[in-house]
Ligand binder design. Structure first.
Ligand code: NAD
Ligand code: GLY
Length: 366
């Protein structure tokens, strides 16, 4: 088992990564589960496949799980499900010193984390991420949110978990498409500031996705360590360091908006296309050499991902995508800071991207 510390000032915690950790939930939580009753929020897919295992892990150690089983999918990150979950936690008389367990992907982690952040002005929660995306990204770093009709993740809070337990065994039941979507966030850490890790991905990514346990542990632990390092430096995204984690996201959000935030395009898939676009646009602007930009697209193709914008067969224009970008929550005093690349492993924030040039570029990619 790998143990990765997240050194947030005043609220440090650990991420534990290994195989079979669900069975060890109670000993790993080391006294955090103070009462017999343990509130667990999950979705119906995860509950169907892994619920019994978690139930046994808790009951065998003298606990009684209290389940809240939500519908799977992005629409669960809503005011309605948040309010209902808060009412459920209040009815259970959860106290500020108690820990709520979030068992699921990014949807469950984001909703449960946000509920924990506002319940009684803030109580604890433990992330037990069950998708690759949640294990390498969303369960670590304390961003929590719900969606509103005005957009995705517009209402939320920074609220760090007390512990993250990432069991690699649960990835065995994750659909291949979800696994690949999560892999985009793994590759992201290489592109941000770790060219060696990008090289590692080109050598091992395909075997890791096919199920090699040792490679999976390395990929998840290395990704978590990268995220922990960045979050510890800039927890609230104020210095620009944490913003690097949004590589590919401005393009990606525009694509998600254009496809109606639907299952037509998963978040990780949008991020993969967004990172390819960021690399190709960086090459067009002369910031990155074309061969390196091509390596990014080639790698996603190598692992079977369709990460070129043309693959989406959208009927919109580049200008329409730029219009979506202007509603991005990263807009800052009328300008949109863009994450571009000076090379693999060298992402930077560019505040001078001419939007008409960007629209022309996108027209050529569509
Ligand atoms: P998800 O939570 O919707 O899970 C994807 C699907 O996989 C769901 O249908 C779920 O039921 C199913 N599933 C989960 N675990 C499974 C398993 N082990 N076996 C079989 N099926 C399983 O999606 P996601 O990709 O994990 O998360 C996406 C969400 O994460 C988005 O809402 C995004 O905004 C958010 N996010 C948050 C952060 C953050 O820092 N907080 C970062 C990235 C993404
Ligand atoms: N996923 C981006 C962040 O956590 O900052």
């Amino acid at each position: 088992m790998a143990v990765i510390p997240v050194d947030i000032a005043g609220r440090p915690y650990e991420v534990r990564v290994g195989t079979g950790l669900l069975d060890q939930l109670v000993p790993l939580a080391k006294g955090k589960l103070r009462k017999r009753a343990v509130p667990i929020v999950t979705d119906s897919n995860v509950h169907r496949i892994w619920g019994e295992r978690v139930e046994a892990a808790l009951r065998d150690n003298g606990h009684e799980p209290q389940w809240r089983i939500l519908p799977p999918g992005e629409s669960t990150k809503s005011w309605q499900e948040l309010a209902a979950t808060i009412d459920w936690l209040l009815a259970l008389e959860v106290e500020r010193g108690d820990h709520i367990i979030a068992l699921g992907g990014g949807v469950i982690g984001d909703l449960t984390g946000f509920a924990a952040s506002i319940l009684k002005r803030g109580c604890h929660f433990i992330q037990v991420p069950t998708t690759l995306l949640a294990q390498v990204d969303s369960s670590v770093g304390g961003k929590t949110a719900i969606n509103t009709p005005a957009g995705k993740n517009l209402v939320g809070a920074f609220h760090q978990p007390a512990l993250v337990i990432a069991d690699l065994a649960v990835l065995k039941t994750l659909p291949e498409r979800e696994l690949q979507a999560g892999y985009a966030e793994v590759v992201k850490y290489g592109l941000i500031d770790d060219a060696d890790f990008f090289d590692w991905c080109t050598r091992n990514g395909a075997a890791m996705l096919s199920g090699d346990a040792a490679l999976r542990e390395y990929a998840v632990a290395h990704s978590v360590a990268a995220k922990a390092r960045i979050v510890a430096e800039d927890e609230r995204e104020t210095t620009g360091r944490r913003a690097l984690l949004n590589l590919g996201h401005t393009f990606g959000h525009a694509l998600e908006a254009e496809t109606g935030f639907s299952s037509e395009l998963l978040h990780g898939e949008a991020v993969a296309i967004g990172m390819v676009l960021a690399a190709r646009y960086s090459a067009r602007r002369g910031q990155m050499d074309q061969a390196s930009a091509d390596r990014v697209a080639d790698h996603f193709a190598q692992v079977g991902m369709r990460a070129r914008l043309a693959h989406l067969k959208l009927s919109c224009s580049g200008g329409d995508l730029v219009t979506h970008m202007l509603h991005d929550k990263k807009m800052d005093a009328g300008t949109l800071p863009f994450l571009l690349l000076k090379g693999i492993g060298h992402t930077y924030l560019d505040r001078d991207v001419p939007l008409d040039d960007l629209a022309n570029f996108l027209d050529g990619e569509l």
